[in-house]
Design a protein around this ligand. Structure first.
Ligand SMILES: Nc1nc2c(ncn2[C@@H]2O[C@H](COP(=O)(O)OP(=O)(O)OP(=O)(O)O)[C@@H](O)[C@H]2O)c(=O)[nH]1
Ligand SMILES: [Mg+2]
Length: 331
């Protein structure tokens, strides 16, 4: 029985064979298996690919666990922390490290020459009551594209593309970044859906940071950016302007499409320090499950305080919550 594989399969298989990064190789192998039509004619191929997937997994785990020998730290994966992981990417010298420096306690190297950052660095950014993880990265240009960047970007919840408003090469530099990402099958989009247009690509929800805004005399470059990237959320920033940095925090939070729900034990005040983070549209049941799986089963009803509700309004488990709601569970 012929395998009857689609042409995209062979295209992806070529990329798979050429790929050197083990995580990316694993991802491509999984994608190839997914693309394979599932019938008798592909049974051997399927088995073969499953073995390869298992081998790639072992290589990655082996690399992570290997002790005794000193290994370079793996840069292609950063453990997620906080309410979301957001990666700062962009052309050389655009101000990615300065942003992380101004928005977190991390201490990245900042310098007035390009190619300063060689390794990714994470820091936590506070936005009101939540912590969001930011990752600073090495620059992307025709001269340099670190192999680990693709995995880091794919794994992040959101992307911030940092545009440098102090330079005339802004538009060209950004295009270089998006072109190089496309070669790695990563597409930056203002909005993404659960249903990818083309399964071979990774579509990443992105906002644009219009950085060094004070160096854009008469706002010409900002207008150009607006024209070229009008569908994206654009946050103008400068490390010299705290208000602009607050605007950036808010834009990043909103881009994550998450909300905060505060819990209130019966007879006590609400706890505003450690909100439950849910995706927008989350229900009372999801909030309960977030606390504990069993807890949701025991739940009889909840009382809610928040905008557009009566204080202490009694609601059922399928009630959809909003950002900032206070919830009191009754079991
Ligand atoms: N005027 C102005 N300069 C800034 C701003 N933010 C950063 N810079 C300067 O821009 C230069 C580059 O900053 P970095 O933060 O090192 O830039 P980067 O994007 O991390 O650079 P690479 O790691 O080399 O890609 C430094 O001289 C910073 O002081 C800003 O808001 N306004
Ligand atoms: Mg840097």
């Amino acid at each position: 029985m012929p395998a009857n594989l689609p042409p995209q399969y062979y295209e992806l298989e070529r990329e798979y064979k050429a790929e050197r990064d083990p995580r990316e190789k694993l991802r491509l192998a999984q994608e190839l298996l997914r693309m394979m039509p599932k019938h008798k004619g592909t049974a051997n191929l399927q088995a073969d690919m499953k073995t390869k997937i298992s081998k790639h997994r072992k290589t990655i785990e082996g690399g992570e666990k290997s002790h005794g020998t000193r290994q370079a730290p793996a840069h292609d994966h950063i453990e997620k922390e906080g309410a979301g992981q957001v990666i700062l990417i962009g052309p050389p010298n655009s101000g990615k490290s300065s942003l992380l420096d101004s928005l977190s306690h991390a201490k990245p190297l900042v310098a007035d020459y390009p190619y300063t950052t060689r390794e990714p660095l994470a820091g936590m950014m506070q936005y009101e009551t939540v912590q969001i993880q930011l990752i600073d990265t090495p620059p992307i240009s025709t001269e340099s594209f670190e192999g680990f960047l693709s995995s880091l970007i794919r794994n992040a919840d959101r992307v911030v593309l940092v545009a440098d408003l102090s330079t005339d090469s802004m538009v060209g530099d950004l295009k270089t970044v998006t072109d190089l990402l496309e070669e790695k099958r990563i597409i930056l989009k203002p909005e993404v859906t659960d249903d990818p247009e083309d399964a071979r690509f990774s579509y990443k929800k992105t906002i644009i940071c219009a950085h060094k805004e004070y160096d854009d005399e008469d706002g010409v470059r900002y207008s150009t950016l607006k024209k070229q990237y009008g569908d994206f959320v654009i946050a103008p920033t400068s490390i010299l302007d705290d208000e602009s940095l607050d605007g950036f925090r808010k834009a990043v939070f909103e881009a994550l499409d998450i909300m905060r729900v505060y819990t209130k034990p019966v007879g006590h005040e609400a706890d505003f320090h450690d909100p439950i983070i849910l995706l927008i549209g989350g229900s009372v049941e999801q909030a309960a499950t977030h606390l504990h799986k069993d807890f949701s089963q025991k739940l009889k009803f909840a009382k809610i305080w928040g905008e557009g509700k009566f204080d202490g309004q009694r609601v059922q488990r399928d009630f959809v919550l909003s950002d900032g709601d206070i919830i009191e569970f009754h079991t």
